[in-house]
Design a protein around this ligand. Structure first.
Ligand SMILES: [Cu+2]
Length: 165
């Protein structure tokens, strides 16, 4: 039978991970995650990363959680009559065989009411929950914003690039 070998391989590869039933979380890898270091006193910040989906079905992220913040939400920026606004979204879909970038001005994980001020180099544990109930936990380093990470207006709207420290 010619079919048996590919089928066996498929079963092997899809069940190779220890958590065979984990589903979407196993298909999705997290690339270059980072939490933006907020200015002193700021109670909110954003987590950014690229989510890449190796699977052949879309993997919607439907929840985000972190013990570092009282509230963790999935956000997007929308252009509302020329004004960029943030709003909470129900899901961030990682397309099949594709990727979605969480970045300033676009999708992000919003950390609201931090339990403690974050410092450069801290690590924040964030758990992403997928539509099929599987989840992925990542350790995300806190990074000071660079020129490549322009202020988003999320956190007070100040242009910190002009500040000298
Ligand atoms: Cu936000």
């Amino acid at each position: 039978m010619k079919l048996s070998l590919p089928l066996a391989l498929l079963a092997l590869t899809s069940c190779a991970a220890p958590a065979c039933a984990a589903g979407m979380a196993d298909q999705v890898s997290v690339i270059d995650p980072h939490v933006r270091l907020a200015p002193p006193g700021a109670k909110v910040t954003g987590a950014y990363m690229t989510l890449r989906n190796a699977g052949d079905r879309a993997a919607p992220v439907v929840t985000a959680g972190s013990a570092a913040a009282k509230v963790t939400e999935l956000h997007n920026h929308i252009n509302d009559g020329g004004v960029m606004r943030m709003r909470q979204v129900k899901e961030i879909v990682v397309p099949a065989k594709g990727e979605v970038m969480l970045k300033p001005g676009s999708y992000h994980v919003m950390l609201i009411d931090m339990q403690a001020p974050l410092k450069d180099g801290d690590r924040v544990v964030i758990t992403l929950g997928f539509a099929d109930g599987s989840s992925k936990t990542v350790e995300v380093p806190v990074k000071r914003p660079t020129a490549a990470m322009p202020p988003t207006g999320d956190i007070g709207g100040m242009d910190h690039s002009k500040m000298k420290h």
